[in-house]
Design a protein around this ligand. Structure first.
Ligand code: F6R
Length: 261
């Protein structure tokens, strides 16, 4: 696992966006794993800027969302599909049908989960998966206690996550759905490169537990320790609780020119 400490989220966004663009230039059929929430926003902003300058195209690529709320009416502005439409689909040249998310409005949710899992596999798996981390250590919507081998399925959000996400629902936790469909931890671990983004002190404790604590279902992001290619890109505040901070900084300073993240 590589831990890259950046001055701010904008610098982190540029670094990750540059890695994504390199991948799509090299392999135009690549598959991008999309997270929602605040953490990936600087990446999407920088991708949009590079696309606008003609630096990269995603026309032949595909993308998959990590998760979706269950039960929001279709077209609800805070459904993750709608968020990704605004932040990614409207600003890049992915074919809209090549950007898929779990169907949180399906009548048969269990079948929708299985269909989604199969669609990811059929696309050849995810090349680069963007991840944020919840302050309780969740990735996707795999709340603490989630099986580390889990696949796409329905989960119940914790009260803390509903409170955190109420900022997107006029500050009303009661308006945040109780249920979601999320890629499982086992699904996420199948992506070839995982990039975890973390900004601000609110993430410091969870990030330290995930990176330097034991692998445990109580901190779902600690499962990343089991993956062979993980890059954590985080600012000084989010990394403030790491004990091997000096080592991560030294590793980055000594990184050979030719080696990318
Ligand atoms: C969203 C997701 C969640 C968020 C996490 C952090 O698709 O998968 O795991 O990444 O809740 O949210 P933010 O980035 O808003 O702090």
């Amino acid at each position: 696992m590589e831990v890259v400490i950046v001055d701010d989220r904008s610098q982190g966004g540029q670094m990750v966006s540059s890695a994504i663009c390199s991948r799509f230039k090299l392999e135009p059929l690549s598959v991008l794993g999309l997270a929602t929430g605040s953490s990936p926003e600087p990446v999407y902003d920088d991708l949009a800027a590079r696309y606008a300058k003609g630096e990269v195209s995603f026309r032949r690529g595909q993308a998959f969302l990590l998760d979706e709320y269950v039960g929001l009416p279709s077209g609800h502005p805070e459904s993750y599909r709608a968020v990704i439409e605004r932040q990614v689909v409207d600003r890049l040249d992915f074919e809209p049908t090549s950007v898929r998310g779990p169907d949180g409005a399906a009548t048969d949710l269990t079948a929708a989960c299985a269909t989604y899992e199969a669609a990811i596999a059929e696309a050849g798996g995810v090349s680069i998966q963007l991840l944020g981390i919840g302050s309780d250590g969740h990735i996707g919507f795999n709340e603490p206690g989630s099986s580390l081998a889990s696949r796409t399925r329905i989960k119940t959000l914790t009260a803390d996550t509903r409170r955190a996400n109420s900022r997107f629902f006029h500050g009303d936790p009661g308006a945040v759905p109780h249920h979601v469909i999320t890629q499982g931890i086992g699904t996420i671990l199948r992506a070839r490169h995982l990039i975890l983004l973390a900004w601000g002190t609110d993430k410091a404790e969870a990030l330290a537990s995930a990176i330097e604590g034991p692998v445990t279902a109580s901190i779902p992001a600690s499962a990343l320790q089991l993956h062979p290619h993980v890059t954590v890109v985080a600012d000084h505040e989010a990394t403030s609780r790491l004990t091997r901070l000096d080592y991560y900084l030294e590793t980055w300073r000594a990184k050979p020119e030719w080696q990318t993240i």
